[in-house]
Design a protein around this ligand. Structure first.
Ligand SMILES: Cc1cc2nc3c(=O)[nH]c(=O)nc-3n(C[C@H](O)[C@H](O)[C@H](O)COP(=O)(O)OP(=O)(O)OC[C@H]3O[C@@H](n4cnc5c(N)ncnc54)[C@H](O)[C@@H]3O)c2cc1C
Length: 306
């Protein structure tokens, strides 16, 4: 796959898709590259044991005009529903088919190349060339006007390193890890209460997935806190499942190992270390913006001023 476009967006998460919809509406020449199979990025849904889990972003909350526009769009398309007032402290919006349905909806009609991982960016006489690896062979995209990187900030910075950006980078990692454990629960042992529940001593947050998905076998997920996740990240799966089972005991009774699945996000939530709205620079004729959610304190998209 070799092509030439005015704009290349790296990442088809909610941020990249929101940008791409504007490009599509304006009739611009663009392409979105994403290394994943399906759009949505961290707004991801997994099915296992006939249960459904939003194992990344659990729901959308109002974090400003961008998320409001996103929820409005999702609501009007019939993809998002509002959570009852007592469902979480903050309220918010969820997708009855799983939050990944929002990414799929936003992606509809856009020019997206899935399974295309960008691995290099080079400058060539005024334009930029993005190279990478799809499942089969290699691809090259020549970019004439703008390049938007919406991948998690550490990944974007790694990709741009050969262009030697002169930004003042934060000393601390701008992304926290998150280990997520998902468990299928017997119908007669369902915990009740708010959809999201903080565990004692800040060790994590329980999400009662069955409150969102009453049409499938019920499930509960546990997002370990950044501190716990850091400690658990390299730990064997069996041990993490034990921790999950022990935690759930109080709420649902013990859960067997084979009813638990794990997901480890290396870059889960922006820790808000970057005060700028985005990093911008030009190389040749091309404007480059790094605008993942490491900006704006981890809001669901850091792209509002691009
Ligand atoms: C467990 C968990 C819990 C969360 N909880 C909350 C919460 O409670 N509230 C909240 O506001 N936010 C939460 N978030 C964060 C929220 O999910 C993100 O802020 C939001 O989804 C980010 O969207 P994005 O488009 O900026 O990035 P992403 O969704 O990460 O999209 C980036 C995309 O870039 C792609 N990509 C990366 N590198 C490359 C490459 N080299 N080439 C091509 N494609 C690439 C990825 O495949 C991905 O699809 C949570 C995230 C996780 C994982």
């Amino acid at each position: 796959m070799n092509q030439t476009v005015d704009t290349c967006v790296i990442g088809a998460g909610l941020g990249g898709l929101s940008n791409a919809r504007k490009l599509e509406a304006a009739g611009d020449s663009y392409v979105v590259l994403d290394k994943g199979r399906t759009p949505g990025g961290r707004a991801a849904t997994r099915r296992f044991a006939d249960s459904r889990f939003d194992h990344g972003l659990p729901l959308l909350t109002d974090q400003g005009p961008l998320t409001r526009a996103l929820t409005e769009e999702g609501h009007q398309a019939g993809v998002l529903e509002e959570i009852e007032a007592d469902g979480t402290a903050a309220g918010g919006w969820f997708a009855p088919a799983g939050i990944s349905a929002l990414g799929k909806h936003l992606a509809s009609g856009l020019k997206i190349r899935s399974r295309c991982r960008a691995t290099g960016i080079e400058e060539h006489s005024g334009s930029l060339t993005v190279t990478g690896e799809p499942d089969l062979g290699q691809f090259t995209v020549e970019v004439r006007k703008s390049l938007m990187l919406t991948s998690p900030l550490p990944q974007s910075l790694e990709l741009l390193a050969p262009l030697e950006p002169d930004w003042l980078l934060p000393e601390e990692a701008p992304c926290d890890k998150c280990v997520v454990a998902m468990a299928r629960i017997d119908q007669d042992r369902l915990p009740d209460g708010p959809l999201l529940r903080d565990l004692e001593e800040g060790s994590g947050r329980l999400a009662l997935e069955h409150r969102k998905f009453p049409d499938v076998i019920p499930g509960v997920s546990l997002r370990f806190s950044p501190l716990m996740s850091e400690g658990l990240f390299e730990v064997e799966d069996g041990q993490i499942k034990e921790v999950m089972s022990g935690t759930l005991e109080e709420f649902t009774g013990p859960v067997a190992d084979d009813q638990i699945q794990l997901m480890k996000w290396r870059y889960a939530t922006g820790s808000g270390a970057v005060p700028d709205p985005y990093f911008g620079m030009t190389r040749g004729e091309v404007a480059i913006a790094v605008c993942g959610d490491g900006f704006f304190g981890g809001a669901a998209s850091g792209t509002r001023r691009v």
